[in-house]
Design a protein around this ligand. Structure first.
Ligand code: UD1
Ligand code: CA
Length: 474
């Protein structure tokens, strides 16, 4: 039985974000900051998590409980801290919800990029009843609590920036805000906290000196990677963490052989609509040009190429397909499939349920929704295919649309194999265009057509010879 219980501090206001939204709900890679932290807790196989909320508590709680993923794996509780009297006071509120026999890992809801392996190492450092602090050395430690060590090198206490002497402020080893502490010690220490300090707050960091006084060993687990303990306080910091996170994702893909034209211009995010986690799976020799955004789960097959500035969400793109620049693909829950060797874009839009077979061409300003295009079908210019079944080798002309919606219900259009639909046609669903048939340009088709026929529905062309245009009277 795992005995890790996580406390996530998330009551603070986040004034510097200057946002209506609580800070821990701001998103990084499409996922709320707090969900990143809960995800890490799940990877750590924590047995429970207690989130301390305050500012925007109802919104924070509703948002987390609304998303199923964040709750997975452990017992999740919320406790409210009103008013917010400091980090020690915050953990005090969590105490009644915490089992007394475990190791408590204290995390911040606004520190999203900590890795589970780092926390596991911290928990290991707390084994045998120790207090373990996650620390990092920063070139500019301003604002952080400093790790004060004795002459023997052992940690004596943490001093907050505002309470520190000039000599203490020169210390560059800082407390990350993350600690692992045996629950059985925590109760007593928290009861003894005072707010006799520069900020008049109950500091969680004061437990360090108490541990030393009680003869409880204090371990500092020092890491090099400052990104893992970086917090978000402002839009600038949020954007900086976003870029750093995206760069790491880009580098991981490049290590697998994916060729990104520029790892600094690549984004892979959770899908906001479906809540699907970000996952880009690429075959060999995939090339991705600059400025592409991937959301949710996207698979790109061997040798496929993605042009510049495409937005691709929840889709499977088969081997050898080419997605030209500025294409928007959003599969949402239904997904989108692009077949082998297909050519899509530039400026194409594939919506949920678009399924393109092999060698299909979907060109500029063509929108496809909930439609199947069989192998070799082409819609190259300015067209709409919604709720349609399109057969092999169909050629669908510029400006043609399926009128799939009668104002109340959606209806299907079936275009059988080898049909040619001319330009500027309206296919009023439900309707079937028989195999091998041709629809004359400009036709509005309201009745199904027989196979092999030319179907035309438009005013017959007449020419009036030598027709004199009206002239203006002088
Ligand atoms: C805290 C640490 C500091 C450390 C720094 C790392 C204390 C006293 N200081 O300082 O040593 O270097 O984090 O970032 O712990 N919160 C509550 N309730 C409160 C106060 C804060 O839930 O009453 C939450 C905040 O929302 C935030 C976290 O606790 O998620 C840290 O609070 P913050 O005010 O940012 O602490 P710092 O002053 O940065
Ligand atoms: Ca902080």
């Amino acid at each position: 039985m795992n005995t890790i219980d996580v406390v996530i501090l998330a009551a603070g206001k986040g004034t510097r974000m200057k946002s209506q939204r609580p800070k821990v709900l701001q998103t990084l890679a499409g996922r709320p900051l707090l969900c990143h932290v809960l995800g890490t807790a799940a990877q750590l196989r924590a047995r429970s998590a207690v989130v301390v909320t305050g500012h925007g508590a109802p919104e924070v709680e509703a948002s987390i409980l609304g998303g199923t993923r964040a709750r997975a794996g452990f017992d999740l509780k919320f406790v409210r801290q009103e008013p917010q009297l400091g980090t020690g006071h915050a953990v005090q509120q969590a105490l009644p919800a915490l089992p007394g026999d475990g190791t408590v890992v204290v995390l911040s809801g606004d520190v999203p990029l900590t890795q589970a392996a780092t926390l596991q190492a911290l928990v290991d450092a707390a084994a045998g009843g120790r207090l373990a602090l996650l620390t990092v050395t920063l070139p500019d430690p301003a604002g952080y609590g400093r790790i004060v060590r004795g002459d023997d090198g052992a940690v004596r206490r943490i001093v907050e920036q505002k309470d520190a002497s000039a000599a203490e402020r020169a210390i560059t080893e800082v407390y990350s805000g993350i600690m692992a502490v045996p629950a059985r010690h925590l109760r007593g220490w928290l009861a003894r906290l005072s707010n006799d300090n520069a900020q008049g707050e109950y500091y969680l960091t004061d437990v360090v000196a108490m541990a030393v006084a009680d003869g409880v060993p204090v371990a500092a687990h020092r890491i090099q990677d400052a990104l893992q303990v970086a917090g978000v306080n402002s839009p600038l910091q949020l954007a900086a963490l976003e870029r750093a996170h995206q760069l790491r994702q880009a580098e991981a893909l490049m290590e697998q052989g994916v060729r990104l034209a520029d790892p600094a211009r690549f984004d892979l995010r959770d899908d906001a609509r479906t809540g699907l986690p970000a996952q880009l799976v690429c075959g060999q020799d995939v090339e991705i040009d600059v400025g592409c955004i991937f959301t949710g789960r996207v698979e790109v097959g061997e040798g496929a190429r993605i042009g510049a500035y495409c937005h691709i969400g929840n889709a499977r793109i088969a081997a050898g397909a080419v997605i030209q620049p500025f294409t928007h693909i959003d599969g949402e829950a239904a997904g989108v499939q692009v077949g082998e060797g297909a050519l899509v874009g530039p400026f194409a839009r594939l919506r949920p349920g678009a399924q393109l077979g092999r060698e299909v061409h979907v060109g500029n300003f063509v929108e496809v929704k909930n439609s199947t295009l069989a192998d070799g079908a082409k819609a190259n210019h300015l067209a709409y295919l919604g709720d349609a079944t399109v057969g092999e080798r169909v050629n669908y002309g510029a400006g043609s649309i399926t009128a799939n919606y009668d104002g109340a219900r959606k209806h299907r259009t079936v275009i059988e194999p080898d049909v040619h639909v001319g330009s500027n046609c309206v296919l009023v669903a439900p309707v079937t265009i028989g195999a091998g048939g041709t629809v004359g340009g400009g036709s509005t088709i309201t009745k199904s057509t027989p196979p092999g026929a030319l179907s035309v529905s438009r005013g017959r062309q007449v020419s009036i010879a030598n027709w004199a245009r009206p002239v203006k009277e002088k």
